[in-house]
Design a protein around this ligand. Structure first.
Ligand code: B12
Length: 253
């Protein structure tokens, strides 16, 4: 089993030692960071410190050195944000610090976005994406959008705090076969179900495949609300969108 001392970056070692308390989270993060290249650990450390300039510079350098954009996203950026999430949950840090980390994440994403989005393949279909009403979290949604664009989907981004009416207006305007909703708060998750209800009321439910995601969302919750699919991360979002496109075609919609 990997040990804390297997992690090259001192900031990451200190963060795990000082702020992680649950044995499963310690074990998972030690294994994750110990297996990671030191350059990715450095990006994660700068993100955890909310240092957007360093994340910006290190991400650019890693790409120049030939590191894959996906590796930087998964290892440097998402793994770093995982530690931030735990510290936030345990009240070691608060909204202003998390906002600084989110800014640092966006600084890194700005470099990988053009790479993940530059696919040059035939348009795979249109997807409408939005974070549901009352919810301002957009990092995960934006990662999904980058990956979808990279896979050839045209994505209409409705942003955050998206009302049922805004989803409906976008569907009517773009006639998209797929709609994706993101929610990060247990209090806003029910708004996904409410949006699906609104689609039924507007007589649009049969025209569109609905996919949902976000950290608190589960397959079971997705089934209960009547969504057509659930994806746990940006990669599964793309796989799901492709599957739903096929199902949409088979249903003759
Ligand atoms: C960053 C962050 C913020 C930032 C958001 C900045 C931004 N621009 O997004 C700020 C500081 C603004 C914020 C505010 C708040 N937050 Co906040 N936040 C987080 C944090 C730390 C990370 C979220 C994140 O970006 N994760 C990284 C991304 C990559 O992961 P992801 O979003 O899950 O997305 C992936 C998958 O879920 C999936 N996915 C996502 N969407 C979709 C959609 C589809 C269709 C598919 C298929 C897949 C998919 O793919 C993504 C990529 O792999 C989480 C902790 C956590 N562990 O989630 C708390 C967290 C979500 N926040 C929380 C809270 C409580 C709040 C506040 C209420 C705090 C406050 N007191 O004000 C406010 C709410 C504001 C609002 N109305 O929305 C709680 C929610 C608790 C709960 N049970 O509901 C969490 C869990 C922290 C905690 N444990 O306490 N937050």
């Amino acid at each position: 089993m990997p040990a804390l001392s297997d992690i090259a970056n001192a900031v990451i070692r200190d963060e795990i030692e000082e702020f992680l308390e649950r044995p499963d989270e310690i074990e998972r993060n030690v294994a994750l960071f110990a297996a990671m290249r030191p350059a990715m650990q450095d990006i994660a450390a700068a993100l955890i410190e909310g240092d957007n300039h360093t994340v910006d510079a290190l991400t650019a350098r890693a790409l120049e050195d030939g590191t894959e954009a996906l590796e930087i996203m998964d290892d440097g950026l998402i793994a770093g944000m995982g530690i931030v999430g735990i510290k936030f949950r345990e009240n070691f840090i608060f909204v202003p610090e998390v906002l600084a980390c989110a800014r640092a994440m966006k600084a890194g994403m700005a470099h990988i976005e053009p790479i993940l989005s530059a696919s040059g393949v035939e348009p795979a279909g249109t997807v409408i994406m939005g974070t549901v009403k009352g919810d301002l979290h957009d990092i995960g949604k934006n990662l999904c959008i980058m990956m979808l664009s990279g896979a050839g989907f045209e994505v209409i981004d409705l942003g955050v705090d998206t009302s049922e009416d805004e989803f409906i207006a976008a569907l009517e305007e773009h006639e998209a076969p797929i709609m994706g909703m993101s929610a990060l708060l247990t209090t806003t998750m029910p708004n996904m179900g409410k949006t699906i209800e609104a689609l039924i009321d507007a007589d649009l439910r049969d025209d569109v495949m609905v996919m949902v995601g976000g950290a608190p969302v589960t397959q079971e919750f997705a089934d209960d609300m009547g969504a057509d699919g659930y994806g746990k991360d940006a990669l599964s979002c793309v796989a799901l969108a492709k599957k739903l496109m096929e199902e949409h075609g088979q249903a003759g919609r």
